[in-house]
Design a protein around this ligand. Structure first.
Ligand code: FMN
Length: 193
């Protein structure tokens, strides 16, 4: 057995029982615990706006809390979309989406886009949302959001209520005042929602 295997074996041994003194410290530092709601136990931050386009060339945006990095190399993010959203079919059809990071200035816009469906009218026209063409994907970016991440869908997983779309990052736009010369974004400058 080599030294690494030997030391792993040692690590797997149950640790010695804590001394009476250590036990006392643990008891006094514990908070009272109750069972919390499983569905709301993790609050996703940041909240993002996901923009997309369907085969007819219609644009749409929805508010999304289910968004996270899921690979560093290659760079990928994941967004969770409920199949009843109008945007769901648009992303399925086009195979792409844009994750737009939002700051506190966007609160009202975010709430409107997260509580109204395109099914009931063109919410982008209603709000006068400014759009630009994506550089690498067939979906618009939101001009007034500080960072826009263009993604191509490379996979998806139906987890339950949401389908998690895995997006390979094709291009990232960022307001120039947020970036250093290597393109690194200073997130401390964004007042996230
Ligand atoms: C804070 C917040 C977070 C939300 N997160 C998600 C989400 O992660 N996935 C999702 O499908 N819908 C989410 N929604 C709901 C959609 O944004 C909402 O149903 C929207 O009206 C769908 O628009 P659409 O039908 O035009 O696609 C969220 C709404 C809010 C307010």
């Amino acid at each position: 057995m080599n030294m690494i295997q030997e030391s792993n074996k040692k690590d797997m041994k149950p640790s010695a029982a804590p001394s009476a003194d250590a036990g006392d410290t643990l008891k006094t530092s514990q908070n009272a615990k109750g069972q919390a709601n499983k569905k709301t136990c993790l609050q996703p931050i940041p909240r993002v706006l996901v923009s997309c386009r369907n085969a007819e060339g219609e644009d749409n945006v929805l508010a999304v809390g289910y968004c996270c990095n899921c690979s560093y190399d290659p760079p990928m993010v994941m967004v969770g979309i409920v199949p009843t959203r109008y945007s769901y079919k648009m992303i399925k059809e086009s195979g792409c989406f844009v994750v737009n990071l939002t700051d506190k200035k966007y609160r009202e816009t975010f709430n409107y886009l997260g509580s109204h469906s395109k099914r009931d009218g063109d919410k982008l026209a209603h709000l006068g949302i400014r759009l630009q063409e994506g550089k690498m994907v067939n979906a618009p970016i939101l001009t007034d959001c500080p960072v826009n991440i263009e993604c191509k869908v490379v996979d998806s997983i139906v987890t339950g209520s949401h389908e998690m779309f895995v997006g390979s990052i094709q291009y990232v736009h960022a307001d120039t005042e947020l970036m250093d010369q290597d393109g690194n974004i200073d997130f401390s400058m964004v007042d996230f929602l």
